[in-house]
Every structure is written in structure tokens, then in C-alpha cells.
Design a protein around this ligand. Sequence first.
Ligand code: ADP
Ligand code: MG
Length: 439
Amino acid sequence: MNLGEEILLMLKDEISEIDYRRYIKQLKFSTKLSKSNHAIFHAPNALIANYINRKFSDKISHLFEVKSGSKPIVSIELKTATSSHTKNTIKNVEEKVQHTLLNPSYTFENFVPGSSNQFAYSAAKSVSEKPGELYNPLFIYGGVGLGKTHLMQSVGNVLQHQGKSIIYTSVEQFLNDFTSHMRNKTMDRFKEKYRKCDVLLIDDVQFLSNKPQTQEEFFHTFEALRNEHKQIIMTADKKPKQIAGLEDRLKSRFEWGLVADIQPPELETKIAIIQKKCEINRIILDHDVINYIATIIDHNVREIEGILSKLHAYAQLMHQPITIEFAQSVLKESLQESRDNISLDFIMSTVAKELNVKPSEIRSKNRSRNIVYTRRIAIYLSRELTPMSMPELAKYFGMKDHTAVSHTMKKINELLKNDEDFKVKIDELTNKIITSREE
Ligand code: ADP
Ligand code: MG
């Protein structure tokens, strides 16, 4: 047994039987390409690769550290991954560049335009044709899983093919990079690196919120790049103006170029996206099944990939064609699974933290305004994000009975309809709960 196989066996004890059977078992460790600082596994298709990358690569990396003492970067790649991509990966790792690489499948060809994303799509396309000239910066915003990162990286992939140097980074990586250069007294190198690149892609800039030092440094990087007509693209979950705790000078600069939103896809676009994903991953699905999936998932396109990979892996294991009944049973289980993963405690503590009240106060009889407000939000989100019934929620939150919960739901729904800022706040909390649960 090679080291990679041993690691996967160790992982088996830490994850669900289903995840192991469906995904991890399909991985092959590449002894040829892997090095001590870079472990490469091959997956049979992109869906499985993405799923494992998202959910398990950190765990795998950690297990390597436990077993061998050194913590490698873990890549899950396609068996047919082009060698240039692999070479790039290795080269970058050797340079100790801590940047996530562009995902080679995030291309314009693989992106399905529709009325919900047309504006952002066209803007990104134009930027890829005339970087640094038309819309600088390009700021794309919208909810989780709607294709912001995909579009941004599509521009990156086009320009990278033309030989331009691209940095794709998150706010967190940018900050880490900054602090480690500070510590090592190599700030010149930091400045040079960011200011020498041709295109800077920075993802999820809402996380700049309340980080004055990062904002300061980002401000200077932004100025330097823009003065030299280097293209900057940013994404966020909301408009620059709505990002609380962001300096005004950044807010205004973020709007200097073009601000484009992405809305949740309508049914037709969802169907087209599923067809596209099937085509890319060579999965054959009936029209009925595709329509069914499109109606079942709500807005988050990312869910589509999870569902398709599940269906595909399942069908292969069971030697069964994917009928609508089969899809129904698999989907039911997976929706349940993802909802079961969110606990009421977690929702309560996240909401409490974000709104600055104590978790114990949420469940108390305290009727002060702020606490009632926070309690209502926690109840609303619990109802939306977990399978709990109203009586169960009433009990958990110490309320009289389910009518109190239903009253709360009504109040919050009214607010959501009439108050845009409130809606932004709720979306933000929802994203926070969903994304931190995934980690
Ligand atoms: P975000 O950054 O907005 O959270 P991502 O760009 O990570 O979302 O997209 C989530 C997943 O959904 C990705 O796998 C992406 O390829 C896919 N996706 C989203 N929108 C589309 C689209 N219009 N066409 C094809 N794939 C899409
Ligand atoms: Mg993203």
C-alpha cells in the first residue's frame, strides 16, 4: 500500500460510510506526480474531484501531516488532467506561492448565460477582450453559488492563455500573504508581486469588512494596479455600498468601473446549466430527470454539481439507470442530509454572535427589543434551514406553542418584503450559516 492509500484508509474512519464509498474510494493516488509538499490524487470525473476538493482536501492534507510530518497541498485532479496544468501546479507549489490556482473548467464555454446573469456575463466577456481598458475594476456581486467565481476565473483563464500573469486570491490569502511578508521583512517582495501581475482577481471582498489593516494594504495595491491599467476583478455577496465596515475610499473605488449583479437563475437557465454539467461530465440524463432536478434545487447552482455527482456515482455503483424515481430517492436523502447538518445550536450561536447578544438571551424570556428582534431572526432561519417543525422550534426557543413561531415567521416575512437592508442582512446570515457549516 502506498502512502496515499494509507491516508485514504485513515480518512475512512473520520467520514461517513456513504462519502467514503461514493467518493473517496474512487480516488487513485499518483505516486509519480506527488511530492512531499504536494499530494496529487486522480478522480474519475470533475464532479467527484470538485466535491472532494471542497469537502475533504483539508482533512487529507492534515492526515498526511499526522502520518508523515509534512503537510502537503492536496490536489484532486482528473485522470486526463493536462500535463501543463499539473506542471503549473507543481511549479507554483515549489515557489511557495500560496495562491489557489485557476480552476481550468471555469471557462466562458462552460458558463451558461441567461437573463439572471447576462449583464455580469457580458461584462466579464468584454473585460476578457480588453483587460484594463473598459471596466476597471469589474465588481460582480450576488448570492452564494450563482457563478461569481466561475465568471471571474473565466476571464482569468482567457488571459492566462495569452501569457498574462494572473493572481487569483481571497481576502484571507491576501492578508496571510501580507502578514507573512511583514514578519519576514520582505514587504518589497510583497509589493512587487502584487503590483507586477497583469490581472488581479480577488474573491469575496465582503470579507474586507472591519479589517482596517488589510483594507489599507489593499487600497495601495488597488491604486498601483489601476494606475497602470492592470485589470482588477472583484466579487462579493453584495454591492460595495452595502458592505459594512468598508472604508469609503474603497467603496467609491469599487464602483469606479462597472458593478454587475448576478441573480438566481430562472428555471430555463437552471435546466440549461444542468444540461451543460451533464455534457461536461459525460452524464446521460433524461429530460424528465433534468426538469425534476431543476425544480427541486432552489437557487444555489453549486448544489447541482453535488446532486449530479451523487446521482452518477450511485447509478454506477448500483448498476441502475437514472430514472426519475431513482433521482427522487437520491435527492430526498441528500437534501435531508444537508439540512440535517445544520444544528439549531449553530444557527443560534451564529445569529447571536453576529447581532451581539448572548446565546442564552435568545432562549430566555427577555422581551427587550433587541433580543426579541434577534430571537425572531434565529427562529426564522431555523425554520428555513433545518427540517424542524414549528412545535419543535417553539420548544427549543422556549416559546408558548407553535402559533408563536408562526407569528414570528409572518413578521419576518413582512420585513423581508418591505425592507431591502433587512433582506441583505438575512441573506448575509444565511450565507454565513451555510458556508461555515460546510467547512
Ligand atoms: P459563487 O462564487 O457565486 O459562490 P461559483 O462561481 O463558485 O459561485 O459557482 C458555483 C458552481 O455553480 C460552480 O461549479 C459553477 O461552475 C456553477 N455555475 C454557477 N452558475 C453557472 C452558470 N451560469 N453556468 C454554468 N455553471 C454555473
Ligand atoms: Mg465564489
